[in-house]
Design a protein around this ligand. Structure first.
Ligand code: ZN
Length: 333
């Protein structure tokens, strides 16, 4: 398979977003140490709204300036080393303020809280923040919180910004809450397809390419273990990231996961990284020439997850799977 190791490069969205050093810089370096052993490159979906907002405070606050410089420097280094820098949009940064510490406001978490004109402006500014750093290489999108639908509100703006690829959808994905909405149920069971008006409806003549995040059927025992380690886990299960996320899994979906098999995202985060090899085998069995898109977050890296990623990359190499970036592969097909 073609493996894409995608990482949403971002702080937490809760009241304490975490420090840049521990939540982004350090865990990203640790991921690179593992990737470098195998010559594997990552795809970073960068939450550039954070950078746009942070840049407004660099003249007034030395901490903001140093955070900004650290992130820009790391993104430049990642680009130079051949990793992908792509666009991840969390529009709530529009409402957050800084006075030496962040005051988070996630009341407009979904991009759909904004008008079509505001969305066009947000996408344009957020993409420019990345192209200013890495040049004209940004053409892939991942929606913040998977909030990609209804797509008609974003479609024209994404086209205008030269975004041709989306990697947000995943099979059976559904969430409808006060903060989130997406419905990916019934999407094509393919690892790449074209679309135009709805990211989960194939349209052979469509402008956009969907490369969905891969899924894997996970047994309930895993989530029991997951809950246990969350509560009683030792240091190897502690994240380097030091912030707090917004919200969590609802009680009803937790109950579902603890009682019957559920489709879960193929992820390199925390304990989930222990399922990577099984997920690769299962997906490869279905479509050996297809794509395996793994999701992850520097903020969710743990010593345990790094070890599991190391084993996964060794296994992938042994079995002739390729680890690619979107710039290296998708752009040329
Ligand atoms: Zn995100």
């Amino acid at each position: 398979m073609n493996i894409f190791l995608t990482l949403d490069y971002e702080l937490f969205s809760g009241a304490n977003p975490g420090s840049v050093e521990n939540t982004i810089i350090k865990p990203t370096e640790k991921l690179l140490d593992i990737g470098d052993k195998y010559g594997a490159k990552f795809v970073f979906f960068v939450d550039s709204g954070y950078l746009v907002k942070l840049s407004k405070y660099i003249d007034k606050y030395p901490q903001a300036k140093s955070d900004y410089e650290k992130v820009v420097e790391q993104l430049k280094m990642l680009d130079e080393k051949g990793h992908d820098i792509q666009l991840h949009v969390h529009p709530h940064w529009e409402d957050c303020t800084y006075d030496g510490a962040w005051h988070m406001d996630t009341s407009r978490f979904r991009i759909h809280h904004f008008s079509k004109e505001e969305i066009a402006d947000i996408l344009s500014r957020y993409k420019k923040a990345l192209t200013d750093i890495v040049g004209d290489k940004v053409f892939a999108y991942r929606a913040g919180g998977w909030c990609l639908q209804p797509f008609d509100k974003l479609k024209d703006a994404l086209k205008k910004e030269g975004i041709t690829l989306d990697s947000t959808a995943y099979e059976d994905g559904y969430n409808s809450s006060a903060t989130h909405y997406f419905d990916f149920r019934g999407m094509p069971s393919k690892t790449l397809y074209s679309f135009e008006d709805d990211p989960v409806k194939e349209d052979e003549k469509g402008f956009f390419t969907q490369v969905p995040i891969s899924t894997y059927d996970v047994n309930p025992w895993f989530f029991w273990k997951f809950a246990y380690y969350k509560k009683f886990g030792k240091n190897e299960h502690k994240t380097y990231g030091d912030g707090i996320g917004a919200g969590g899994t609802s009680n009803s979906s937790m109950l579902r996961m603890l009682t019957r098999p559920t489709k879960s995202l193929v992820s390199m985060d925390g304990l989930r990284a222990s399922l990577l090899i099984k997920a690769l085998d299962a997906n490869s069995k279905k479509d050996k020439d297809g794509n395996l898109v793994v999701i992850g977050h520097p903020k969710a890296v743990t010593p345990f997850s790094l070890d599991a990623l190391d084993k996964f990359l060794a296994y992938a190499k042994q079995n002739d799977h390729k680890v690619l970036t979107f710039n290296k592969y998708i752009k040329n097909i």
